[in-house]
Design a protein around this ligand. Structure first.
Ligand code: ZN
Length: 301
């Protein structure tokens, strides 16, 4: 038993194919319109999802604007270098421990929202994002999936200048600019996926395929990450974990994002998010260009 949860113009809804069903309405007010509140009632969500044919759809998701399925998380964790091929393309060793950093939760935006760039050194990272259901501390890895409400598609947008300009580098700010965390289109519970640890993940820029991998290539898998992070920090319902990106990011190919680019990110069984890149004002701290990027950029820049 599972569910597919969406955010239709600020209200949580269950989604079946193209139909959506307003959650507060079909639960007779037992579940509020807030996504984070909804995933505190996973059993009721699954129960309602199994009975959707008893209800009239509220509408068609193609006629509305979808927001981030969860937009009020307490914490947002992310993992660097969690695919072997991405560690290799970055010239880094395969890590012995997960390289955990945070994105500020304020960077989370919807699946079709614009992403605002304040420099020309902004990059994409297609990622599977795990959303915690039942929270906990010291969660054993063999119980970790019981703590996952669902999986969604995410982009760990990164200003490579700000990511690397401090010594030693501190990833948090460069990956937390406003709008740097689009997620969606739906939150899909693990039970709704044929094989939750084996999902095709792709990313295209203006229809050019840049990343194409599978979540079964993660160095530290979802149970490991949940167990590891929860040794230090209590996980809460709604906390997000960006699980890392595979090879093919722009920085290693000299293909950073430009104004007007359309970034399209998909995970099998979950869906696709499309985000337009919009170049806004210059940012005074964006003049630093990491050497590994400079070597890939055209010399006249
Ligand atoms: Zn990332």
């Amino acid at each position: 038993m599972g569910f597919k949860l969406g955010n239709v113009e600020g209200r949580s809804a269950l989604v079946n194919e193209n139909n959506y069903y307003d959650l507060e309405t079909i639960s007779n007010g037992k579940i509020s319109a807030d996504g984070l509140e909804a995933i505190k009632s996973e059993e009721l969500l699954s129960d309602l999802y199994s009975k959707l044919c008893d209800f009239e759809p509220t509408g068609n998701i193609n006629d509305v604007t979808l927001g981030a399925p969860i937009s009020t998380s307490k914490n947002c964790f992310a993992v660097g270098l969690n695919y072997r091929n991405h560690a290799e393309e970055s010239g880094m060793e395969i890590p012995a421990f997960p390289m955990i950093f945070t994105k500020h939760t304020s960077c989370i935006v919807g699946p079709f929202d614009n992403v605002e760039m304040r420099s020309d050194i902004v990059d994409y990272e297609a990622e599977m994002v795990v959303v915690i259901g039942k929270g906990g501390k010291d969660i054993a890895s063999d119980k970790a999936w019981d703590h996952v409400a669902g999986i969604t598609v995410g982009q760990d947008i990164s200003d490579r200048s700000v990511q690397f300009h401090a010594t030693p580098p501190q990833f948090n700010l460069g990956k937390s600019f406003d709008t740097f965390g689009p997620i969606g289109p739906l939150l899909v519970s693990p039970d709704e996926l044929d094989d939750k640890e084996n999902l095709k993940l792709t990313c295209s820029v203006n229809d050019e395929l840049r990343q194409d991998d599978n979540t079964n290539d993660l160095i530290f898998d979802v149970p490991y990450l949940i167990s590891y992070i929860s040794e230090f920090i209590t996980l809460n319902t709604g906390d997000l974990i960006f699980t890392g990106t595979p090879a093919g990011v722009g920085a290693t190919q000299g293909k950073l994002l430009k104004d007007g680019d359309i970034l399209s990110t998909s995970i099998e069984g979950i869906g696709t998010i499309n985000n337009k890149m919009v170049r806004i004002s210059d940012h005074s701290n964006s003049t630093f260009i990491p050497e590994f990027i400079k070597s890939k950029m055209p010399q006249d820049k």
